[in-house]
Design a protein around this ligand. Structure first.
Ligand code: PXG
Length: 465
């Protein structure tokens, strides 16, 4: 085996990467031409690349490194667990201490009535579990026709066949035969992009009522569940108008539709509470978790399940599970992450320090000619870019062109800000300090100025004719 180290020249690492590594959600040929950025280490909220640049990670990896990088306790716990019991399964009438302890702790932290955890290796796997679990629940209750699941356009629930079908990303559905049958998508509560002349509250109600219309179209007796992110993440940090969630909750209650809150991004502090469902005032039957559960230090996800469903599922054999369901090392590391979040009062600090500072900083950017607004909840935010703030117009160039230019300018200024279409996304580690938020804003403004200059040079500063 050849030895590949952090000390190899960047170009050599990039060439090897291009030769053998297929990247997710990437045009690999294009990446091979450009060369991937090689990240070698990280500490706190800063990444280091193979050229020695120190990059502020405004995305917490992929919305997951909530406690920040470089926490040695996490590594120590992993090492200890690997020596004691690196693997054992939780099938066939066995269990182990990390899975016991983690499920108990999650149940303690979760809202009332959500006391059971089915573990998975990722958010996608957990959402696949959810599809089968809600359908099995209704079948066991003697209502086997209740199989249809309603989701939303522009939702993200994962990339496997099941979870990708739940998601509402049309460019994903265009490949590989998705969505699977029985999944339906209603409109999203994105007032900024789709609200037109309605005010946000009217629009929120209108979008919530699409759920009622869809249930009536499919027949209540055929609908198993509605799934949604409390605040859409990968769709562009879409914070729904205040009118939206109470109306959705009313509709789910009225028709006895199970509510699945996908907390993969919102969970574990991102919105300023343990769960986005608490922030948005909703009462789900199932919550999907991953990412912040372990702060990304280990791959682990799961479904937190209410007593009512667990009771029904528990009475039959549920023919479902993964080799790594409740993996002991991942579970031990997740438990340590939950200890750190609690002992260091990280979520309280999001509410009192982090989120207000982030909001103030980002509000400071809204005077920039390209920034059309600010969408923020806790420590997840997005800045929609527009050529015309007043009309919230799109650019004449295809959606995403400007976002991509801005993302490149951010990277060139040692800042990670991801784009979704022409929205810039902000989701830093929850432990980011106000000084680093200042660094963020300085770099972001420079990147926005450079983007503006480039758009001007390319003649892209106009709305479509
Ligand atoms: N649900 C939600 C709400 C997510 O954000 C998943 C499920 C799937 O989790 P796994 O662990 O299977 O990836 C996610 C994942 C992006 C991006 O570009 C977002 C995610 C994944 C990859 C990219 O914003 N979210």
């Amino acid at each position: 085996m050849s030895l590949i180290t952090n000390h190899m020249p960047t170009a050599e690492l990039q060439a090897l990467d291009a030769a053998h590594h297929m990247h997710p959600f990437t045009t690999n040929d294009e990446l091979a031409d450009k060369g991937a950025r090689v990240i070698t280490r990280a500490e706190g909220v800063y990444l280091t690349d193979s050229d020695g640049n120190r990059i502020l990670d405004g995305m917490a990896g992929l919305w997951c490194v909530n406690i920040g990088y470089g926490r040695k306790e996490m590594a120590e716990v992993a090492a200890r667990q690997m020596m004691e019991l690196p693997y054992y399964n939780t099938f066939f009438m066995t269990t182990h201490v990390p899975a016991i302890a983690l499920s108990q702790e999650i149940a303690r932290l979760a809202p009332e009535g959500l006391n059971h955890v089915f573990f998975a290796g990722s958010g996608s796997e957990a959402n696949d579990t959810n599809i089968r679990m809600v359908r099995t629940y209704w079948a066991e209750k003697g209502k086997p026709a209740k199989t249809h699941i309603i989701s939303r356009k522009n939702a993200y629930h994962g990339s496997s066949m099941g979870s990708g079908s739940l998601g509402g990303m049309s460019y994903m559905h265009a490949q590989g035969g998705m969505p699977i049958p029985g999944i339906h998508h209603i409109g999203q509560p994105d007032w900024w992009a789709e609200g037109g002349e309605m005010n946000p509250e009217e629009f929120g109600l209108a979008r919530a009522r699409e759920l009622e219309a869809k249930i009536e179209e499919l027949g209540e007796q055929n609908v198993a569940a509605f799934i949604a992110e409390p605040v859409q993440g990968a769709g562009g940090v879409i914070v729904p108008p205040d009118s939206y969630w109470p109306e959705v909750q009313r509709i789910c209650d009225k028709y006895e539709i199970l509510l699945i809150a996908d907390e993969v991004i919102c969970g574990f502090g991102r919105t300023g509470n343990w769960f986005g469902s608490q922030t948005m005032g909703i009462r789900p039957h199932i919550m999907t978790i991953a990412k912040g559960l372990s702060s990304g230090y280990q791959p682990i996800g799961g479904s937190i399940v209410c007593d009512q469903i667990a009771e029904v599922i528990g009475a039959a054999e549920f023919n479902h599970g993964y080799t790594y369901s409740g993996h002991p090392v991942a579970a031990a590391v997740a438990l340590e992450n939950l200890r750190i979040l609690q002992e260091e009062q990280i979520i309280e600090r999001v509410r009192t320090v982090g989120a207000p500072a982030l909001k103030a900083g980002l509000e400071g950017l809204t005077d920039h000619p390209l920034v059309g607004g600010l969408s923020i909840k806790g420590m997840m935010a997005s800045l929609p870019l527009t050529p015309d703030k007043e009309s919230r117009a799109r650019f004449a160039a295809p959606t995403g062109t400007v976002g991509l230019i801005c993302r490149e300018r951010c990277f060139a200024n040692n800042l990670v800000m991801r784009h979704v279409g022409d929205r810039m996304i902000v989701s830093p580690p929850l432990i980011i300090e106000p000084e680093d938020i200042d660094v963020f804003m300085t770099r972001a403004r420079t990147a926005l100025d450079e983007t503006y200059a480039e758009l001007k040079a390319q003649g892209l500063l106009t709305p479509p004719a």
